[in-house]
Ligand binder design. Structure first.
Ligand code: PLP
Length: 397
């Protein structure tokens, strides 16, 4: 069993702050300070260019990918690190579409994060030739998978409501209808156990700065199922995904396996921070993580519903349909979240009316949840949100 009081002590959590936003940006692992400093001083500083060999920088994208693989139920050597999630979505989509010609429909849902939809729209424009993105309601995804669909591009957990799709069922239906699947694990990796291989997923991608705590701008990951690795042609054919980058051939030839999804020079400093976080993750039992996450979200839902009658739960009560966040709706959600932040309870707001709280067992305690409920209850009871200051929108919400 994982001792979550021990993992909590491994993070820097600012004094006086109750942090319920690890689903947007995870906190600093204490060991990352030393790890990044050493990478800067001992590796970059002393080794300079020789660090690519001596410090193993060149192998980091696949080595780190193998450590992420355990958390998402992926086979060894099937996960590559690099770039940002938007880029990885584009790569997975471009490869999957090419593999499933002549179909031209990308199926996604209105609960998907807009960047995924934008990347798909941009790719459709570039491809022309009738490629389209079809967007349906989250509840309609399963029935919307028919013989016209080339690929489903679904984010497993809805960033607004926290509603979780049934990965196994959707993947099965897609395969029955001849479609490929891309799973975006932005709100899954590090949030609960994921079983990509077991579900038979074709492609997946996700970011590491949310539940995996790699810090702002940390690299994304992409998964390619072993059975597709030879056929998946990289649309972004950069030199680091070449079979022999240092042969400097004039012609592109993809590397074997998922490594072909590398594009350019990997972010070594961010990977160092991520490695410090993965040292914590290595000891975490994913089933225990899930049990703890559900206990925390249940506790929060119960507390808020008992004290804040004007907030409407947007997150499913059914555990099977819930990620690791809880959201409530209120027309003045933005101002309510600003009032919470002013009192040290950090969540975020997602338009049009959602206040959102992430629950991250590695460092969220029962006492945090109880205190957050008390602060929210006071804000609602006394309408403390109702000031011009809290109603003025900032750039990042
Ligand atoms: C957070 C998130 C992103 C962000 O993409 P970046 O390229 O890392 O900025 C994309 N898609 C989903 C589903 C997300 O949750």
């Amino acid at each position: 069993m994982t001792d979550f009081t021990k993992t909590r002590a491994m993070f820097h959590l600012p004094e006086g702050m109750i942090y319920l936003d690890g689903n947007s940006l995870g906190p600093l692992p204490r060991a990352a300070v030393d790890r990044v400093t050493k990478t800067v001083t001992d590796e970059w500083g002393e080794m300079l260019i020789t660090g690519w060999n001596k410090a193993g920088w060149m192998d980091k994208p696949m080595n780190v990918g193998n450590r992420i693989a355990r958390l998402i139920g992926a086979e060894p050597e099937s996960v590559a690190m690099g770039d940002t999630l938007s880029i990885k979505v584009y790569q997975a989509l471009a490869s999957a579409l090419e593999m499933n010609k002549p179909r031209k429909v990308i199926l996604s849902d209105s609960g998907n994060f807009p960047s995924d939809l934008y990347m798909a729209q941009g790719l459709c424009r570039t491809l022309g030739d009738g490629y389209t993105l079809k967007i349906v309601a989250p509840e309609e995804v399963l029935d919307a998978i028919d013989e016209t669909v080339a690929v489903t591009m679904i984010t497993e957990v809805d960033y607004r409501t926290g509603r979780k799709h049934d990965m196994a069922a959707i993947t099965k239906r897609a395969h029955d209808k001849g479609a490929l699947t891309i799973w975006d694990l932005a709100h899954s990796a590090g949030a609960f156990p994921v079983e990509l291989a077991k579900a038979g997923a074709d492609f997946a991608c996700g970011c590491t700065y949310k539940y995996l705590n790699s810090g702002p701008g940390g690299p994304a990951f992409i998964y390619v199922a072993p059975r597709h690795q030879a056929a998946a042609r990289p649309a972004l054919s950069g030199w680091q995904g070449h079979d022999a980058p240092f042969a400097f051939d004039l012609d592109y030839r993809p590397a074997r396996g998922a490594e072909r999804m590398r594009v350019g020079t990997p972010p070594i400093l961010q990977l160092a921070a991520l490695e410090a976080s993965l040292n914590i993750w290595d000891s975490v039992d994913m089933a225990a993580l899930r049990a703890r996450s559900l206990a925390l979200t249940d506790q929060f839902i119960k507390g808020v519903e008992a004290t804040c009658p004007t907030l409407t739960l947007a997150t499913p009560r059914d555990h099977a349909l819930r990620g690791s966040q809880v959201s409530f709706r209120h027309p003045e959600g933005y101002a309510i979240m600003q009032a919470l932040i002013s009192k040290g309870v950090i969540g975020d707001f997602r338009a049009p009316d959602i206040i959102r709280f992430g629950f991250t067992p590695l460092y969220t305690s029962d006492a945090d949840v109880a205190a957050a409920v008390d602060v929210l209850a006071e804000i609602m009871a006394k309408s403390l949100w109702d000031t011009p200051e809290f109603k003025t929108r900032k750039k990042v919400t």
